[in-house]
Write a protein that binds this ligand. Structure first.
Ligand code: GDP
Ligand code: ZN
Length: 313
């Protein structure tokens, strides 16, 4: 019954005590009718609960705090931007693109640099002070030598995280390292169910898969995403996000907000403001943003790119 849901959450339906119970749910037809898509990570109201068979029906979806599209996950509250110090070497403009894209979601981020066992302490120190000057406090880790994994796990506790970064930096390796022995997807693939923990995405794509089997194409051709429960109460999307930052949500006026250096110079807008409210910080009269910082050329380059895109929109 509905009233036993102490928390209206599709991730956990709590009974008495703190023991989480997983329910396999269908989405009520009325939600489909009004095209309310249920995303992985959504908080949902579950009714018609059968505690014996652990089944229920999703009756409503609560307002999302955040929503990202790549991968499609609701209520993500932490982005882990992962690069590697070597193989491939972190490249500062590419890193800036990822950071700007991550900042543009409004979701708090952590920056981590992997494969630290491949480089010298001096190189690590140099990156540390450089990234600090950008406004970030990086974490150095190595999945290979297990360095820094505790710190990452600590940061991701009680949060829903998505790992983003270019290919080859170790995103899949990190997901696997944190996965432990929880293979929740395998358990669900036995039945043809909607699982609130895994979300409708899997369900929909499973159905797409069935159709494509009939039409002679392979099953599981589309991407699915699920949330892996972490040991300290957090969740991690098992699919890395945006490995090609499109900056599609960034406008020429919002770009500056995604650079901590500029935010600092403007004291986050309070009370420091440039003379013009739509200042693009290109040397306009009364502009408070100087050009004497490392990533200013990157800011200019991205601004040009966005201006061109906006002109053609
Ligand atoms: P992804 O493309 O970001 O998902 O990267 P992968 O997880 O597939 O890793 C790419 C390669 O880097 C694989 O060969 C991994 O074994 C390797 N790798 C991952 N972490 C480390 C690390 O800490 N040190 C080293 N030397 N190699 C690593
Ligand atoms: Zn300005």
């Amino acid at each position: 019954p509905q009233e036993t849901c102490t928390e209206p959450s599709g991730r956990f339906v709590k009974g008495s005590g703190e023991i989480g119970v997983e329910l396999l749910c269908v989405v009520k037809a009325v939600l489909k009718k009004i095209k309310r898509r249920v995303l992985v990570g959504d908080k949902v109201l579950v009714g018609s609960i059968d505690w014996v068979d652990r089944r229920g029906a999703i009756e409503n979806v609560f307002q999302r705090k955040t929503e990202i599209l790549d991968p499609p996950v609701a209520n993500v509250d932490h982005l882990l931007v992962l690069f590697s110090l070597d193989q491939p070497k972190v490249e500062s403009f590419s890193l800036t693109r990822f950071l700007v894209e991550a900042e543009s979601t409004g979701i708090p981020l952590t920056l981590a640099l992997n494969k630290s066992e491949l480089v010298s302490q001096e190189e690590i120190k140099a990156w540390k002070s450089r990234l600090r000057s950008w406004g970030y406090e990086p974490i150095f880790c190595s999945i290979e030598s297990k360095r820094g994994l505790d710190t990452l796990q600590f940061i991701m506790r009680e949060q829903t995280s998505v790992i983003v970064g270019p290919s080859g930096v170790g995103k899949s390796s990190l997901i696997n390292a944190l996965r432990g022995n929880k293979h929740i997807l395998g358990a669900v693939e036995e039945g043809n169910w909607f699982d609130p923990l895994l979300g409708s995405k899997w369900y929909e794509e499973q159905r797409v898969g069935e159709v494509s089997v009939r039409s002679g194409r392979g099953k599981h051709t589309t991407r699915h995403v699920s949330l892996l429960p972490l040991s300290d109460g957090g969740y991690l999307a098992d699919t890395p996000g945006f490995n090609q930052p499109s900056l599609i949500k960034v406008t020429k006026n919002s770009l500056a907000h995604h650079f901590p250096e500029i935010r600092k110079m403007l004291k986050d807008g309070e009370p420091a403001k440039c003379a013009f409210s739509n200042c693009l910080h290109l040397g306009e009269p009364g502009c408070l943003v100087k050009g004497d910082w490392e990533r200013y050329p990157y800011y200019l380059q991205l601004l040009d790119e966005i201006k061109i895109r906006e002109e053609f929109q």
